[in-house]
Structures are given as structure tokens and as C-alpha cells.
Design a protein around this ligand. Structure first.
Ligand code: SAH
Ligand code: SF4
Length: 424
């Protein structure tokens, strides 16, 4: 299998090298995180086990990695003691490195993470009364340049590998103490006498008592420009023998990479969120520049055709509220018209703009947002206003990373011009 491949998406700003499958390490060992069971079995066979042994060991190791969260081979108690050093010599169980972890007063947690080759990216956990949502990154930076988004001001460094994507979920489970302890049948785990230390008892893993219940691919990057890696990572997250999170609890957000949307529905099958943010060509071309390539009509038609969308599984339209830019009554009416015209099973998420230093916009006034929401709501479409979370730790997209590498306004403008030129 090749280490690098190009995404088959036309256009010069899109394809970026995808380090895939196995990223070589200096010590020659192979990181197993991000690999499916079948691939692990192949590697065990290549390392010298006979086919039957390789398959059996892969099954056991896979279970320990993704289901139990083991971070070392010594913890794998059903694997012979003599076998464990053999594994340790050849393989590692990686996690992204934590550079910084922040805790907001409202419970939101944010991590600045680092890849093995020293690229920083972010992950955010947002607890609510009835759920806990992990916001996962798909790329370091982003090739796109939405005007209101801090990540858009960063250069794309590279796509994250499946291991780095699924590794975020695993790291969150580590941090939240959410791996099953003791027996495997979670639901009746309570009272099990192998619960161990106080710490373990406190974080006992039951299917409905979890902190981390939902995943959104809404961190740094455009997930549909890193399709294969995002798909491979989410397969591990959704696998009943793996992290076992239902696809109904996973949402992928795209700025509108139309040619990949059908495959997203078919091959991943998760909920779709679309960063619409504007209803006219002029405004969307300006604030979500991918619109010049895939326009609003094309995007909404792809939404109407999205496999699996229904009234029970609605498509979320994200709409960031920018003062005097996209927040008029006319905009709200046009949004309703478009959703009805394309007969979309839709809900609208109104996101108060989270300002960052040098941002060219302000957030709409609360009264304006309320009025916008009411117009959409009165047309029978749900349009809640998202409460900003973790503001004290700058938990919005791209902010922790950029705090570490501040750019001048002139440099931001130059980057914007560069990316616009690339979009053609
Ligand atoms: N690239 C994907 C997913 C990551 S962005 C996409 O664009 O959909 C996730 C969401 O955060 C998007 O809806 C994006 O528009 C929104 N967002 C980015 N910067 C923001 C800001 N400063 N304030 C509010 N929302 C923002
Ligand atoms: Fe990239 Fe999404 Fe930010 Fe746009 S909003 S620049 S697509 S991360």
C-alpha cells in the first residue's frame, strides 16, 4: 500500500498529499492506531506469524486497542506473556501528543495536540445536560479560506491520518476516563468486583452513562477534502467491535464539497451538516469562497440527494450570524424559500459569530439573531441559536492554535488573496 496518494478531486487548490495507512517512524516500529483489523492481521503475518495466529492475535489486539483503550501491549492479559515483547518490539500504540489542555468555567475542554512530525491541531469537548460532544479535526489548517474562520487564515499543513483522527476520540476517552473497565458487558458492569481502584469505579463504563456521546467533524479542516482518512477513522469509531459509537451520533460538517457528498452518505453514512452561511451568490462567494466552485443551487441539490437524509435524520444548515452581512429579514426569508424549494429535511443552526483578533466581521446583535430565528421558525423549520461555549478558553475553531502563531492583518490579507487565486 502506498504511503501517499492524491485525493481524486479536480482543481488545483484541492488535492493535497495524504499520508495514508502507515506513517514511518524513526525506530522502525509501526503504529497500529488507525488500522483496521484486517490490516493488523496482515502486518502480524508479514512479521512472521502464520495466517491463523495472525488473524486471532489481530482480533485480540484490535479489541484491546479500540474497545478497551489499551495503551501498551502489557495490558493485554489474554495474550501470552511471551508474545507481548514480540509485539512491543515491532509495534506501538500511538496517541496524539497533548501540548496544552484547557478547561473552561462552563465545562468545555480544549486540547492543543501535536502530530509525531510536529504539527499542531485542536480538539474540543463540549458537555451538555443530555450529551457530550467531541469536536474533531480532520486537517492541520485548511485549504479553504472562509472569511470569518480562524482556521482559514492558516496554511494547510497536511491531512490528518486515520490514526490521528481516531486518536483524538481515543485521547478524549483517556482524558474522560471512559474506557470500559473489568468485564466487557458494559450495561451490567455496575457492581462488578473487578472495578479496581476508586478512580475506576467512578468512571465505570455503562452504555448510557457516558460523557462522550457524540462526535462532530467540525474542528480544523475540511473533512471532505480528506475523505479516505476521515472515512477510515470513522469506520473504526462506528465499528461495534471498535469504539462502537452509532453513526446517528456522528455529524460531518462540510463547507460544500459537492462531488464528495454522495460518497459521504454512502460510504460513511453519518449525519450531514452544511456550512451554508449565506443565501445569495455574492455574499457566499465572498465569505465561503468554495461557493465559486460549487454554487448554492448545486450544493442544495446534493443535499436533497444525500443518502439517508429524512425527517428523522435532518441535514443541519450552519449559519454564522455576521452583522450587516448575512443577517437581514430578506436573508432569513430566502433561506426558508431555498429549503422549501429543494424540499430539504432541514434544521438550521444559527451560530453567533465568535470574533478573533483581526476578524473582518462583528457578530449580529442578539435582537437581530432572534428575529432571524423567528422568521425561519415561523416557516416551520427549527432554527435554534447556538449558545457560545468555552469563550474564556477561545474554544472556537482555530483559536488556540492561532493564539500561538499570531499573524499580521497584512499577512492574513495576503493568504486570503493566495487562496482566492487558487480557487480560480
Ligand atoms: N470545514 C468544515 C468543518 C469545520 S468548520 C466546515 O466548514 O463546515 C466548523 C463550523 O464552524 C463551520 O460551520 C464554520 O463555519 C464554523 N465557524 C468557523 N469559524 C467560526 C467563528 N469564528 N464563529 C462561529 N462559527 C465559526
Ligand atoms: Fe476551512 Fe471550515 Fe474554516 Fe471554511 S469554515 S476555512 S472550510 S475549517
Amino acid at each position: 500500500m502506498s504511503n501517499t496518494a492524491l485525493m481524486p478531486i479536480p482543481g488545483h487548490s484541492d488535492p493535497v498529499p495524504v499520508p495514508r495507512d502507515i506513517t514511518p517512524r524513526e525506530d522502525g516500529r509501526i503504529d497500529l492506531i488507525g488500522l483496521p483489523k484486517k490490516r493488523i492481521a496482515e502486518l502480524f503475518a508479514e512479521a512472521g506469524l502464520d495466517a491463523k495466529q495472525a488473524k486471532l492475535r489481530a482480533k485480540q489486539v484490535y479489541h484491546w486497542l479500540y474497545h478497551r483503550g489499551a495503551t501498551g501491549f502489557d495490558a493485554m492479559t489474554d495474550i501470552a506473556k511471551t508474545m507481548r515483547p514480540w509485539l512491543t518490539e515491532r509495534f506501538v500504540i500511538g496517541r496524539p501528543e497533548v501540548v496544552e489542555a484547557q478547561h473552561s468555567t462552563d465545562g468545555t475542554r480544549k486540547w492543543l495536540l501535536r502530530t509525531a512530525d510536529n504539527h499542531d491541531f485542536e480538539m474540543v469537548f463540549i458537555p451538555d445536560a443530555d450529551r457530550g460532544t467531541l469536536c474533531v479535526s480532520s486537517q492541520v489548517g485548511c485549504t479553504l479560506n472562509c472569511r470569518f474562520c480562524h482556521t482559514g487564515t492558516m496554511r494547510l499543513v497536511r491531512n490528518l491520518t486515520p490514526g490521528e483522527i481516531v486518536g483524538q476520540v481515543m485521547l478524549a476517552r483517556d482524558a474522560l476516563g471512559e474506557w470500559p473497565k473489568g468485564r466487557m458487558d458494559f450495561a451490567d458492569n455496575a457492581g462488578s468486583d473487578d472495578a479496581g481502584s476508586d478512580d475506576e469505579a467512578e468512571t465505570e463504563y455503562t452504555a448510557d452513562g457516558r460523557l462522550l456521546t457524540n462526535i462532530v467533524m467540525m474542528g480544523m479542516g475540511e473533512p471532505l477534502y480528506n475523505f479516505d482518512n476521515v472515512r477510515d477513522a470513522l469506520k473504526l469509531v462506528m465499528d461495534g467491535d471498535g469504539l462502537a459509537l452509532s453513526k446517528r451520533r456522528i455529524t460531518l460538517s462540510t463547507s460544500g464539497v459537492v462531488p464528495m457528498m454522495e460518497r459521504c452518505g454512502e460510504e460513511i453514512g453519518v449525519n450531514l451538516a452544511v456550512s451554508l452561511h449565506a443565501v445569495t451568490k455574492d455574499v457566499r462567494d465572498d465569505i465561503v469562497p468554495i461557493n465559486r466552485k460549487f454554487g448554492i443551487e448545486e450544493l442544495l441539490a446534493a443535499c436533497a440527494a444525500y443518502p439517508g437524509a429524512s425527517n428523522a435524520r435532518r441535514i443541519t444548515f450552519e449559519y454564522v450570524m455576521l452583522k450587516d452581512k448575512n443577517d437581514s429579514d430578506e436573508d432569513a426569508h430566502e433561506l426558508v424559500r431555498l429549503i422549501k424549494h429543494y424540499k430539504l429535511p432541514a434544521k438550521v443552526n444559527l451560530i453567533p459569530f465568535n470574533p478573533w483578533p483581526g476578524a473582518p466581521y462583528e457578530c449580529s446583535d442578539p435582537d437581530r439573531i432572534r428575529r432571524f430565528s423567528n422568521i425561519v421558525f415561523e416557516a416551520g423549520i427549527s432554527a435554534p441559536v447556538r449558545t457560545p461555549r468555552g469563550r474564556d478558553i477561545d474554544a472556537a475553531c482555530g483559536q488556540l492554535k492561532t493564539a500561538a502563531e499570531k499573524k499580521s492583518r497584512a499577512e492574513l490579507d495576503r493568504l486570503y488573496a493566495e487562496k482566492q487565486a487558487a480557487l480560480g
